[in-house]
Design a binder for this molecule. Structure first.
Ligand code: ARG
Length: 467
């Protein structure tokens, strides 16, 4: 797809009526968006076909002209798809590139296509269609990631690992439960995506430049033809609104933050020091100098992509703030932010889905780590409350002394002898050892949403049914 830049001296053939000469080279460079908005060609053509069809149906153009226009647009679609279309920077953007080509192909009838519309509602339409499709794709990809986690959670509903707070061993949990935490996170992202699709499901075309039009158009007809629920209700808002793009970026930023936290955990878990997971060769790289190394590059790049996505969100918010109603050319800068964030988000979801499915989980390492760091201390305190009737605060204190003793002896709580424990509190019996293992600890946490394998399985069933 080459770009030509000829004939800069003549005035623009689309809007050049009151211009004596063409733009300065710098003007052309800063003004042109064809370099990136050519991505919208399919949406632009779809929108024009719907618009022309409606114009003919309403008797605004002849059905003969409509047929020529639709045929010409379809020819252009295949030219672009097969790489046989010459994009011109002089023609500024995708809308004018396509319209100029249409004029070459079908002659004067092409000039009737732009009746009752403006590039302002045209670009709002094209971009909305693009963002809608991207959101639908994001929804499918998140569903794939959620499915990967559900499978791993099922497989590891009983596998014990340390649960952390402050990245310090806190209480034993199951790896299945930890996986389900991500299902909740990505499930929220997916419902944000669904809401955003509902929000943007209104057709902008027919708002024209900003005030609507005097032609007897049927906006409900074009809305329906383009798969929108209904037309937008205020022509000024329609051409000045980019909330749908900002919503996409906000959702991408939140999902990116979730992906980055997952990436960070995978980076930590795959260190030899943790050894909780081993990444597949498909999702890691070696070092050119240190033969022993296996680096989690994909996870690190997912962590970094989040920075780009956040940057795009802040950029577009900043572009839009302070713009008076309705359209201003500033808004042309919306697209690159969204395209870049969409590409980063897609890559990040795809990479994490692959990693989650492929990684080998070292359950022995996880279990050993789960038992260290006095992770069942809370279970001892709870036992003292339940079996010996101590107030929780006293039980906490007694348990603290047991931990201190185990620490001084260099052993785990379960390795303290009964006389040692009884010296700390006389009510302790040998039954206490039942709760000091990590399996018993985990199995006891049956509260709704807790880590007990039985609870985790219930949540897996909930999500499988929810979809
Ligand atoms: N290329 C422009 C954009 O992306 C299209 C709309 C131009 N409208 C105008 N009044 N100059 O925003």
């Amino acid at each position: 797809m080459a770009e030509s830049n000829t004939d800069t001296k003549s005035s623009n053939q689309m809007w050049g009526g009151r211009f004596a000469s063409g733009p300065d080279a710098i003007m052309e460079e800063i003004n042109a968006s064809i370099g990136f908005d050519k991505k919208l060609f399919a949406q632009d053509i779809r929108g024009s076909v719907a618009h022309a069809t409606m114009l003919a149906h309403q008797g605004i153009i002849s059905s003969d002209d409509k047929d020529k226009i639709v045929h010409g647009l379809n020819t252009i679609l295949s030219e672009i798809e097969s790489g046989n279309f010459e994009f011109s920077r002089r023609l500024e953007d995708i809308h004018m590139n396509i319209e100029a080509r249409l004029a070459t192909l079908i002659g004067p009838a092409a000039g009737r296509l732009h009746t009752a519309r403006s590039r302002n509602d045209q670009v709002a339409l094209d971009f909305r269609l693009w963002v809608k499709e991207e959101l639908q794709k994001t929804e499918r990809m998140l569903t794939g990631l959620i499915a990967a986690f559900l499978d791993r959670a099922e497989e590891h509903a009983e596998s014990v690992m340390p649960g952390f707070t402050h990245l310090q061993t806190a209480q034993p949990v199951t790896f299945g439960h930890h996986c389900m935490a991500y299902v909740e996170m990505f499930g929220r992202d997916r419902s944000r995506v669904r809401h955003a699709i509902e929000h943007l499901d209104e057709s902008p075309i027919g708002a024209a430049a900003l005030a609507g039009t005097g032609y007897p158009i049927d906006r409900h007809m074009t809305a329906k033809a383009l798969g929108f629920r209904e037309p937008t209700r205020n022509s000024i808002d329609t051409v000045s609104d980019r909330d749908f793009a900002i919503e996409f970026l906000s959702i991408a930023a939140i999902a990116g933050m979730h992906l980055s936290r997952l990436a960070e955990e995978i980076v930590i878990w795959s260190t030899p020091q943790f050894g909780f997971v081993r990444l597949s060769d498909a999702f890691s790289t070696g070092s050119s100098i240190m033969p022993q190394k296996k680096n989690p590059d994909a996870a690190e790049l997912v962590r970094a992509k989040t920075g780009r996505i956040n940057g795009s969100l802040v950029a577009l918010l900043t572009i839009m703030k302070g713009l008076p109603l309705a359209y201003s050319k500033d808004m042309q800068e919306d697209k690159e932010q969204v395209f870049d964030a969409a590409e980063s988000l897609e890559l990040a979801i795809a990479a994490m889905t692959g990693m989650v499915r492929d990684m080998t989980v070292n359950t022995a390492r996880m279990k050993a780590a789960a038992g260290s760091g006095f992770s069942t201390a809370t279970d001892l305190a709870d036992w003292l409350v339940r079996e010996a009737g101590l107030p929780f605060r006293d039980a906490h204190h007694v348990t603290g002394r047991a931990v201190a003793l185990a620490e001084s002896k260099g052993c785990d709580l379960a390795e303290l002898s009964l006389p040692d424990l009884q010296a700390i509190h006389s009510a302790i019996t040998d039954k206490v050892y039942d709760v000091l293992t990590v399996e018993a600890s985990v199995a006891s946490r049956k509260s709704f949403g807790g880590t007990a394998p039985s609870e985790v399985r219930k949540q897996i069933a909930f999500w499988r049914a929810r979809n």
